[in-house]
Ligand binder design. Sequence first.
Ligand code: 6R9
Length: 640
Amino acid sequence: MSETVHRVPDGFGARIGPRELAELNALADAQPDRFWLDQAKRLTWNKSPTEAGDWSFDEDTFGIRWFADGELNLSVNCLDRHLPAHGDRVALIFEADEPGQGRSMTYRELYEETCRFANLLKQRGVKRGDRVMIYMPMIPEAAAAMLACARIGAIHSVVFGGFSPESLAGRIDDCDACAVITADEGVRGSKYIPLKRNVDAALEEGDVPTVIVVKRTGADVPMKRGRDIFYSDWRDALATECEPEVMNAEDPLFILYTSGSTGKPKGVVHTTGGYAVWVATTFDWVFDYRSEDIFWCTADIGWVTGHSYVVYGPLLNRATSVMFDGVPNYPDFGRFWETVDRLGVTIFYTAPTAIRALEREGDDWVTRYSRRSLRLLGTVGEPINPDAWEWYYRVVGDSRCPVVDTWWQTETGGILISPFPGATDMKPGSATKPLPGIKPLLVDAQHNVLEGATSGNLCIASSWPGQMRTVWQDHGRFFETYFKAYPGLYFTGDGCRRDEDGYYWITGRVDDVINVSGHRIGSAEVESSLVSHRKVAEAAVVGYPHDIKGQAIYAYVTLNAGEEGDEDLRKELIQEVRHDIGAFSAPEKIHFTPALPKTRSGKIMRRILRKIAEGATDGFGDTSTLADPTVVDALLAGRQ
Ligand code: 6R9
């Protein structure tokens, strides 16, 4: 296979070059405890940790702790400690849906807003350890709400505003939240999102004592007496100081729900100390952070990328972070680059799906803007195809800016595999090499660890500070999901190739998780939504390659006797999934079939379904174990 290699562009002048990187790697290998305790010094602790990692991936001794005797408060680390010398520095630049309609917030302003929010939560009886849902647009108050939880020791759980009331209700119920923070409405791509009404619908199934509503559009929304309050009615009376709770490093900071291969979404739990050390460190390393940077990560705070690289990573490093509440194609396809020029963005971090969508619209949308301020580009969320990488590098970055392809997961807290922009030669399509202290392994189905240039399932052999600690209220599921398949290792769920230079090429999920536009969707969740329709008997959902989205959803549906699969039913089923989960989970294709390919023991052979969805007409492998091999012909005849 011929591969292009791009060297670090001349003049990039990174702080960490090849020699410094080699030193970091050597220290992480030789003296891991010292290495991690050194990284922990990036934070301000009430009590400095004396121990680094204390963990075991083995069933008998299973457990993960980092910096366990350390004590700190994360809002103090993101805000208070910067105030004496840098209170007037801009912490957040809010870029609204309408270009130029935003505002910025200094560190002092964000501190005061956070304290106000924290005081309001306390007045409403929210205490240390309580769970608070955040269902908000990308406005600075959303970051203040997260930091306010951190300040009083409450555990936040942010739910992406694109999720349906049903999904929100499921999460509120799972973590037994005592408050919801939301906005009247969101605005994206000039469309209004009825956030407060969604919250009301979600709470019909199980209420909470407090709903705090931030006014974003000023829309008239129903308010329930005693439960719902407008933040703006209270704000000016709230104190701008709030004593922070001193937290143990291992106290939970947040729960973030993510889709897995089976069952309902898992509440991924991250704790305070280790997570903070990891995002502070990786933000600095991977983005080669400098004090004059304007950092723009386009992710929503409803996903882990927004937690780690819109809010916590940048603020821990005293950076200026852009919070974008719009979409790449509004008002037109030049939005990103117009905004880059107007705000002077130096580091830009987005998803491959956005890059592919913009590439398709032509270079002119890019080249009409100068993009002179840019010095570094990044991607995350899904594999990037080499073509899109090259376009990003050459057209967007004018071949001046390194591209960091960063591989990581909700579970990993922060980036694990990525180039160092000033030190690592780049190969388009490869996330390159593990960060210092990270030990990836490729393993085959028989548990053999594979050496050299090879392909296999990606596992990680040892813990790192940002690793998730448990599944909320289900430690057993944590072990089963990630540590059971390959004893002694963390299994990522991804397939991967390693080349002769030791570069890692993530090939995508090997489980039943579908990655649509960088959003993780569990096939089981979509299937359960489809079968909840009264006409549907069974459903099986797989991913298939899609030019822009990376993957799209292909649903096979069998109907109850006497039902007819027609266009109207297709629309109804798509509507059903939008309603149950959210629009981003809607199947692209629905294939009505009389039967699904099942083994004699009744297991659906997804391998065959994936092949047919991809457009294959043969090469289905061994089909002799199918209860009824003629099913395959029927499926082929009905391909969508
Ligand atoms: C951060 C985030 C995690 C899954 C992961 C993998 C895919 C993420 C990637 C990538 C190839 C990259 N993924 N980054 N695949 N190259 N640079 O996206 O978290 O939403 O939990 O998704 O996304 O399949 O397992 P999350």
